[in-house]
Write a protein of this length. Sequence first.
Length: 377
Amino acid sequence: MSSLQSVPMKSFDVQVLGAGIVGQSLALALARAGFTVALRPEPVRSGAVEDVRAYALNAASVELLRSLKVWDSLPAHAATAVLDMHVQGDAPNAALDFSAWQQRVDALAWITDAAVLERALAQAVRFAPHISVVDVEVEAPLTALCEGKASAARAELGVRFERHDYGHQAIAARLTASQKHQGTARQWFGAPDVLALLPFDSPEPGRSCALVWSLPEARAKEMLALDDAAFEAQLMLATAGAAGDLKLASKRAAWPLMQARAEAWSGPGWVLLGDAAHVVHPLAGQGLNLGLADVAALTRVLVAREPWRALGDEKLLRRYARERLAPTWAMGQVTDGLLRLFSQPQPLAKELRNRGLTLVNQLVPLKRWLTQRALDS
């Protein structure tokens, strides 16, 4: 990202707080629409560790990044197409399969290296003529808060952040496998564990994957305390070797899981986007997609406003909030419902959920509808 500028006397159309993927994407989208943007990063945290996050991006997110001239600049190893997806229930014969060919799309999703994507966005920001990266508050009729779930500016506004902690942690890492992934994403619902292996092409093209493993906190701490060999052995038990022999290719990272929503997403002169507004469980891989959909929606609303209406107009910003309320609420309900369903230990609940997976797998029109909702969220 370009060096910080102290420009207290200059005014801008929009001030964007937070320079993660959502914040940088918003700055680029608004700049391309002709607005002048001040992008203010969060303070640099000391002791930063290797970023092993990977995101599953849907077609709408890829199209947005492509329009920002970022997607096509990513190196080949940083974006891997998901051609097939296998979801395994907690009974041997309960499974759900999705195929890009069956759904008549190029890919079900694209697994993207978070760190590489952030660097590509920063490079685009560096050369964007209407964006200034600043380290101070600036004058702007609209401030967009993209600081994430721990947003300090949201707290200063007095906006309550209603959160439900799941008591789980997500463990992330990069792995290599003895067999080729062939573009297949795999997910296991293990009651209450949820383990996902996402196809990836780094460090070994065709034989790598990104791990996201949701576990109860006590169990997660046990897994993090294991040495590499013992952790790999636990992976093999959890996946039954379906993806081949798995070896760690990075450090392990972990973070607590929650569902959260801000009580208000906009007000006079301010608006929330991404995790500052809403957080969902990662089991459906839709968190960043929701944030990038926020970017697209806010940009549309601001571009289409009446000529006489100010950018910070409260009624204008409510249009954005209304547009995003339903899809984010729905995704939160789906992920929360799935997690709760597969957390029930009772035999009847287990039988019903696994029968449900098998039934959905047999209904091609329903699977096509579900796929389209995920691609367009």
